[in-house]
Design a protein around this ligand. Sequence first.
Ligand code: OAD
Length: 229
Amino acid sequence: MADKIVILTGAGISAESGLGTFRDEGGLWAQHRIEDVATPEGFARDPALVHRFYNARRVQAASALPNPAHAALARLQRDWPGEVVIVTQNVDGLHEKAGARAIHMHGELSCALCAACGHRWTAPLEMSPGAPCPACNRPTARPDIVWFGEMPYHMDEIEAHLLSCDLFASIGTSGQVYPAAGFVQEAAYAGARSIELNLAESEISRAFDDHRTGPASEVVPAWVSELLD
Ligand code: OAD
């Protein structure tokens, strides 16, 4: 049976599509306080501020185009004889725009969530504070984004994939946010080989068996060609 590949992606894969990363110089977390815009407490304090932050990102993501790294992963998922599971921390939807399927562990900008009843629906480009939930009518609509202090989505499914994969690849993520930063160890525990593709060394580079250093738009297509051709 052909190898099963699990790929974790982070903000670095979308950097060359014009979307800012979080922790690089001048990144989103240098411009905004995490406590204000990416926690349930921040949303309770100032929902208008949080909506402004995600509205701006939603508008930007809506016009962003996938780059050659997203396209290469879509090609790998289509042409690899075994299973290719893409798990993304990104909320931008660029894997899908490139024709791939991805598990969204940190939610999606294109989706709204009712904080009261858990109903989900397609978010308008601009969400406003107090907008009613279409299912329960309470004014509790929020972006469907996993904030700090909340449990990432689909963890059981992701862990099952990690424990049954032969190769684990991490692309464009700084390895500073758990549980994603611990995936390489889980895959290694299950006997998988691992490779990190990143612009620079990350916090967790030493945990990987193999490395490709450079911009995702170059190193990812080259790696996919190595695997497929
Ligand atoms: P970070 O901003 O922490 O890290 C981005 C990584 O991408 C860094 O290691 C960069 O070196 C690398 N990088 C930058 N440009 C690149 C390029 N052109 N090609 C390849 N690599 C490049 O972003 P994440 O690791 O995705 O969570 O952050 C993880 C989570 O922290 C995010 O999902 C977000 C954030 O808080 C939530 O908002 C819940």
